[in-house]
Design a binder for this molecule. Structure first.
Ligand SMILES: NC(=O)c1ccc[n+]([C@@H]2O[C@H](COP(=O)([O-])OP(=O)(O)OC[C@H]3O[C@@H](n4cnc5c(N)ncnc54)[C@H](O)[C@@H]3O)[C@@H](O)[C@H]2O)c1
Ligand SMILES: O=CCCC(=O)C(=O)O
Length: 481
């Protein structure tokens, strides 16, 4: 069992509350580790350290900051297996997926390390022929990083690495359900000897630690990923005090399968997009919109493959799908399944708790498929964040797009078709920040911008070259000799 303190001003420090909270393995309810149950005083201490450290950190060159990130990447690589195993134990993702995510975290660190050597501005012709006019970028200052549990390595890193490379200092508050994994990543940062105060981690509740960061007058920017409900509140608080904020939130992602689609591919990618990580990706496929000509054939192939899915502890070989990440997530998913039944959808597979031998104490849900799902049903409208697919039948691409766009979210979407005209119509008309053709709805690449439309985002973008937009402010410079 791992026990972690907060990391503040270069030291591991116990919370002033002297209390800890346990993190629970959702596969068997064993305690994975403990983290601090922190207070507002801990937040104060972390923000103070970050503010002080920012003066020197921002004055380092970009390449010098990059060297620290390279160092963290190398250290993390040597701890990859341990971090991945902790992730599987703490939030249930299967070990191969956890290893893939940890490797992605390392790649993110290396990507942003090189960003320290890239240009940060442009020369712009001035109307004054004797002047030099150009833009440059300056860091925001102290950045508060608030993260969810579903990608406990990748999301903290895709926020922290750009924040740091552009000269900000960081106070991170990870989700409690995955705080031990995040703390192991922070250990790698600590081992790389970043200057004291440059990054700080404070664990604890959203309402005390998260809110404390968001409300703090010395936190200049807040980058949040999580639910809509919490995100909206954070945005309002940040706006009220004039802090910069970025919110990446939920999805209700559709896949469209047209009559001319490669059905084997569509089935494989729908299952992968919808049920990997137990459906707990913001980009997970949730609604499957199928044209009538292939509806029955698609359904038959889908159910055949769904029945082959092996559910269990993600540490075990041959297990394809692990548990829901927490008791509360498990209850939420079961509630949505009941709502699906009550509101008249037809259950084709799954539909409840999975309790085979060895899974009795875990938060396992059977891979679940509903059909005859209509647009007004709750399971077609709200984000479930679990292994539940809703099949919807349509007659044309036009109708498919109407159904697909009938959602408050607009994060990701995909289409299966062999017709280039249909592909182009989908790319043009689908209201989503990530649109994919003949590929699953999940699958974010670190070098490309990522973010949603409609209620999925504050309309900002993360990752790739887009990250600089949030983590810096542009300064226009006019120089005359
Ligand atoms: N769009 C994306 O990139 C993306 C990626 C991953 C997850 N998500 C979304 O995240 C959600 C699941 O994650 P979750 O359950 O951890 O979300 P959540 O909103 O419950 O929690 C996210 C973080 O916010 C903190 N928090 C809670 N209340 C707070 C408050 N009042 N002030 C400040 N911080 C507070 C939590 O402790 C946690 O660290 C899903 O909706 C999913 O779609 C979105
Ligand atoms: O949960 C949100 C991130 C999704 C992601 O990283 C992916 O689909 O690869």
């Amino acid at each position: 069992m791992d026990s972690f303190k907060n990391f503040i001003d270069g030291n591991w420090i116990a919370s002033s509350s002297r209390e800890t909270v346990s993190s629970i393995n959702p596969a068997n309810q064993a305690v994975v580790g403990t983290v601090q149950h922190s207070t507002q005083a801990d937040v104060e201490q972390a923000v103070r350290a970050a503010k002080k450290a920012q003066v020197n950190w921002r004055s380092l060159s970009g390449p010098a900051r990059g060297q620290f990130l390279y160092q963290v990447a190398t250290i993390m690589e040597s701890h990859l297996a341990e971090i991945a195993e902790t992730m599987t134990q703490e939030m249930g993702k299967t070990l191969p997926e956890a290893k893939g995510e940890t490797a992605r975290g390392i790649a993110l660190l290396r990507y942003y390390a090189t960003e320290g050597m890239h240009k940060v501005g442009d020369v712009i012709p001035s109307t004054d022929s004797e002047a030099l006019m150009f833009t440059t970028r300056v860091p925001l200052g102290v950045v508060g990083v608030i993260t969810p549990w579903n990608f406990p390595v990748a999301i903290p890193i895709w926020k922290m690495a750009p924040a740091l490379i552009y000269g900000n200092t960081v106070v991170i508050k990870p989700a409690s359900e995955a705080a031990v994994t995040c703390a192991k990543v922070m250990e790698c940062f600590a081992e790389a000897h970043l200057p004291a105060g440059v990054f700080n981690m404070v664990t604890g509740s959203g309402s005390v630690v998260g809110q404390g960061i968001v409300e703090h007058p010395d936190v200049n920017g807040i980058t949040f990923t999580g639910s809509n409900e919490v995100g909206k509140r954070i945005g309002q608080t940040a706006l009220a005090r004039g802090a910069k904020y970025q919110l990446e939130m939920g999805g209700k992602n559709p896949v469209i399968v047209l009559d001319d689609a490669d059905l084997d591919l569509a089935v494989r990618e729908t299952i992968s997009g919808g049920l990997r990580s137990t459906g707990q990706k913001c980009t997970a496929t949730s609604r499957v919109i199928i044209q009538s000509g292939v509806y029955d054939a698609f359904k038959e192939k889908l159910l055949e493959k769904i029945n082959e899915i092996t559910v269990g502890n993600g540490l075990h070989e041959n297990v394809w799908m692990g548990p829901c990440a927490s008791e509360s997530q498990f209850k939420t998913v079961l509630r949505y399944i009941e709502l699906g039944k009550e509101e008249g959808a037809t259950l084709l597979a799954g539909g409840g708790r999975y309790t085979e031998e060895g899974c009795e104490k875990g938060y396992f849900v059977k891979p679940t498929v509903f059909e005859y799902v209509t647009q007004e049903m709750t399971i077609a409208r709200e984000e479930i964040f679990g292994p539940v697919l809703a099949l919807m039948k349509v007659n044309s691409l036009k109708e498919a797009l109407e159904v697909a766009n009938d959602a408050e979210f607009g994060l990701s979407a995909s289409i299966f078709t062999t017709n280039i005209g249909y592909m182009l119509s989908f790319i043009e008309q689908m209201d989503a920040g990530l649109v994919r053709v003949n590929a699953e709805t999940a699958g974010v690449e670190l070098q490309a911008p990522f973010g949603g439309m409609k209620q999925s985002s504050s309309h900002s973008r993360e990752q790739g070259k887009a990250a600089i937009e949030f983590f810096t402010a542009t300064k226009t410079v006019f120089v005359k000799g």
